[in-house]
Design a protein around this ligand. Structure first.
Ligand SMILES: Cc1ncc(C[n+]2csc(CCOP(=O)(O)OP(=O)(O)O)c2C)c(N)n1
Length: 524
């Protein structure tokens, strides 16, 4: 009898039955930061084959890792969070995950049902915390139904385009004898785009008007990208994605998709020439923030907005149908060439860093980009580097890049992960470095140490607010300067600091030719 069989010979408790149900539903990783109310899950992990526990030392790391994993694996991981406060600590990165439409089974422990009436210190409105980030929320009320709840949570998380399914499990529901695990539920497939819509968009693409296609979700990958490239080749339409697309396949050999700019006035300028905008899994682009006297709505007022596919619909299928209806060619598509920058010299800045990263980027790498004001240089250089995936900060809540990189590395252990990060944002979830070390994840982190909340200095000017020394001190993160080498090595990650092109090239080349976590502090 295997350990597995022995364990199921006696009635499993709720925690075990739920975990087995999740494994049967394809959930294989549990990013966790548990407490007393989750102890029966902690215990059950040893009895359940197929569920890998990964500890994060802050819940924002846990939820960010689940996001990175889900974006790359295209199926959910589970989290394990400690009541309302644990969930609340993880909310910002759940917000980013919701914007990315990442599937996540978000497990939150709670006090035992019999304990709830006493309003013990950790009691809180967990549903209230969970609701705004979750597409589905449920509180298990009985060990007899917790496995079925788990199966429903998996199905809900995977409902197209993907969402957060929060399952709250009281401690007694986890510890009491439960029924056996249940089979996975049938998954909902993306809704089919109607023939009428395909015909209408095909006709619009033939009407001679200047057209932009704005792609998001699964339409930025694989065959969908090729279908979009065929449409562009046949009609002259230009392909765009949001500044912060959740996941984009980019680099040599890939159909070129232009990233929309961040600032509203540049967005307006970019979209100004277009008479029609076709949305594929996306929504009309709007300004990230409002500024006095600047527009929020960034599409031309008279541009026609057409939906080829809403996010829950089959965008890739619709693109293929439109391409075929247009009899679009399959060859001669506008793909990025392989063109690496010259070896940089002179100052170490985002452009020389970008050039070196692009020159040395291994094929099929994953780039987690939260480089903020240092992101332009790498993004430009990487456009024609080896093919790779880019993951961006979807919800604007900084502190996503490091955990996202860790989660992506767990989903794709054979791919090099590069994390490009501002020093300010990296401090939010710096504990992700510890998980990278513990799990020996193949992530190279580049910290752009400008000792500043750089973007906020720009925003201060843009909103037209006055700035005195006290105000500016709130945007300056020097004094004391963060010591990234000490921070990283203190968490078990090998690290180097450099302020020269040669030093960075040396450190990055070494990181690209060895496996395991590394950090390079780029002093700007
Ligand atoms: C959760 C959250 N808190 C605060 C902010 C406001 N904010 C936006 S950018 C930023 C600083 C980013 O600094 P850094 O990562 O060093 O990049 P830099 O702007 O210097 O390039 C802050 C605090 C935010 N976007 N999200």
């Amino acid at each position: 009898m295997t350990t597995d069989e022995r364990a199921t010979a006696v009635a499993p408790n709720g925690a075990e039955s739920l975990l087995r149900t999740l494994v049967a539903g394809g959930v294989e990783v549990c990013f966790a930061n548990p407490g007393t109310s989750e102890m029966h899950f902690v215990s059950a992990i040893d009895r359940v084959d197929g569920m890998r526990p990964v500890l994060g030392l802050f819940e924002g790391v846990v939820t960010g890792m689940a996001d990175g994993y889900g974006r790359m694996a295209e199926r959910p991981a589970a989290t394990l969070l400690h009541l309302g406060p644990g969930l609340a600590n993880g909310l910002a990165n759940l917000h980013n995950a919701r914007r990315a439409a990442t599937p996540i089974v978000n497990l939150v422990g709670d006090h035992a049902t019999s304990h709830a009436r006493y309003d013990a210190p950790l009691a809180s409105d967990i549903v209230g915390f969970a609701r705004p980030v979750s597409g589905w929320v449920h509180t298990s009320t009985s060990p007899g139904s917790v496995a079925a709840d788990g199966a429903r949570a998996v199905e809900a998380a995977r409902r197209p385009p993907g969402q957060i399914a929060t399952l709250i499990v009281p401690a007694d529901v986890a510890w009491l004898d439960a029924g056996p695990p249940v089979e996975p539920l049938a998954l909902t497939t993306p809704a089919t785009v109607s023939d009428t819509t395909i015909a209408a968009v095909t006709a619009a693409l033939r009407n001679g008007r200047r057209t932009a296609l704005l792609l998001r979700g699964a339409s930025l990958r694989g065959d969908a990208l090729i279908a979009a490239g065929r449409i562009a080749a046949a009609t002259g339409a230009r392909l765009f994605c949001d500044t912060f697309a959740p996941r984009l396949e980019r680099g040599a050999g890939r159909v070129v998709v232009e990233r929309l700019p961040y600032f509203a006035e540049q967005l307006v300028e970019t979209l100004a020439p277009f008479e029609q905008i076709v949305l594929v899994g996306s929504t009309p682009p709007v300004a990230f923030f409002a500024y006095p006297g600047k527009p929020s709505w960034c599409s031309p007022e008279d541009a026609a907005i057409l939906h080829l596919a809403h996010p829950h619909e089959n965008g890739p299928g619709a693109l293929a149908e439109v391409a075929d209806a247009l009899a679009a060619p399959s060859t001669g598509l506008a793909v990025a060439p392989l063109s690496l920058p010259d070896e940089p010299s002179g100052r170490l800045d985002q452009f020389s860093v970008g050039a070196i990263v692009a020159r040395l980027l291994p094929e099929d790498a994953i780039v987690s980009d939260e480089a903020a004001t240092s992101g332009l240089g790498p993004a430009m250089a990487l456009a024609t580097a080896a093919p790779h995936d880019v993951l961006s900060l979807t919800g604007g809540a900084i502190g996503q890049g490091l955990p996202l990189a860790a989660g992506a590395a767990i989903a794709c252990p054979d791919r090099k992960v590069i994390c490009l990060h501002g020093d300010g944002g990296a401090m939010y979830t710096v504990q992700a470095l510890w998980t990278m070390a513990r799990e020996q994840l193949d992530v190279t982190t580049v910290i752009f140490a400008n000792r500043s909340y750089g973007i906020l200095n720009i925003e201060l000017q843009r909103v037209g607010a006055a700035s005195g020394p006290q105000a500016l001190s709130m945007l300056d993160i020097g004094n004391p300067d963060l010591d990234w080498v000490a921070l990283a090595t203190g968490m078990g990650v090998e690290a180097r600091r450099t302020d020269t092109v040669e030093g960075f090239e040396d450190a990055f080349a070494a990181a690209m030719t060895t496996r395991g976590p590394r950090l390079i502090e780029v002093v700007l």
